[in-house]
Design a protein. Structure first.
Length: 284
């Protein structure tokens, strides 16, 4: 596996691989790779000839009181995992390589509307940070396809809209959420949790499944269902940020005539803010 930190060397390598007729797949990550990330790399492997995984803890998507400094960095383990599953190239730039010497004076990519609610509301500037770094990675790597996890479903829709609006010629591939045996969605932030908190955190997925079941049975009092789930989680000690039943195409709050749903949840469990969602359609 090639391990590269500078843009020029990466471009030289990718020009050569493209000239040899290979398609390129990109998996952007912030490292601390778990099985969920490895599934993204496997998907890229199945869809492209040459796989680039990037590891970059992007300062622009962290708020001033968030966990940028504490974000788990496990580069040695990550390199071993990527090499073992046949990743062709790890791109691990420094902050200066991506942003130059003035992070504050950057050109920023913002995706309106989709970025405004849910995580966008609780983490002002977060999605502009994500869209900016992902557009830089797309320009640097110029992949044929790029793979993202669907746990960050709002992020996925925002990147999809950015690709459409900015005319990136890149196929986006979303990969289903990977879970612990008891249902908790895999996340780098699960690392901060004690065994007891890990067990407790599975309740988020149980609530999502329960509300999904009620909607499939015909309950369309969505605000009541949301309130029930928030109460159940709050009573169990979670600080719920949002639990929202939405139209899965545009993330507007679900309306009675909708058929395609996503239920988005974010809650604080001990030191970790956890995200999860379920997506489903009503049989027509
Ligand atoms: O989902 C993530 O890990 C990050 O938001 C991403 C897409 C790598 C951008 O920094």
């Amino acid at each position: 596996m090639h391990t590269i930190s500078d843009i020029k060397s990466l471009r030289n390598l990718l020009n050569a691989t493209r000239q040899a007729g290979n398609s390129v797949g990109l998996v952007p990550t912030m490292g601390n790779l778990h099985d969920g990330h490895l599934e993204l790399v496997k998907t890229a492997r199945a869809n492209s000839d040459f796989v680039v995984c990037s590891i970059f803890v992007n300062p622009l998507q962290f708020g001033p009181n968030e966990d940028l400094e504490a974000y788990p960095r496990t580069l040695g383990e990550d390199i071993a995992k990527l090499a073992a599953i046949g990743c062709d190239c790890l791109f691990m730039p420094t902050v200066a390589e991506i942003y130059g010497d003035n992070l504050q004076a950057q050109t920023i990519v913002t995706v309106p509307e989709l970025s405004e609610n849910y995580c966008g509301k609780s983490r002002p500037g977060h999605f502009a940070g994500v869209a900016t770094v992902v557009s830089k990675l797309f320009n640097i790597v110029q992949p044929n396809s790029a793979v993202f996890g669907l746990k960050d479903y709002q992020q996925y829709l925002i990147i999809q809209k950015m690709v459409t609006d900015l005319k990136f010629d890149i196929q986006l591939i979303g990969v289903e959420i990977q879970r612990e045996a008891h249902g908790l969605a895999l996340s780098s932030r699960n690392r901060y949790l004690s065994d007891e908190q890990l067990q407790k955190a599975a309740l988020i997925y149980q609530c999502l499944l329960d509300i999904k079941k009620r909607i499939l049975k015909g309950d369309d009092n969505f605000s009541n269902l949301e309130a029930m789930a928030v109460e159940r989680l709050t009573d169990s000690g979670f600080a719920v940020d949002y639990f929202a039943i939405c139209n899965s195409a545009n993330l507007q709050r679900a309306a009675k005539q909708d058929c395609d749903f996503v239920i988005l949840a974010a809650a604080q469990v001990g030191p970790s803010r956890l995200l999860d969602n379920v997506r489903f359609s009503l049989a027509s």
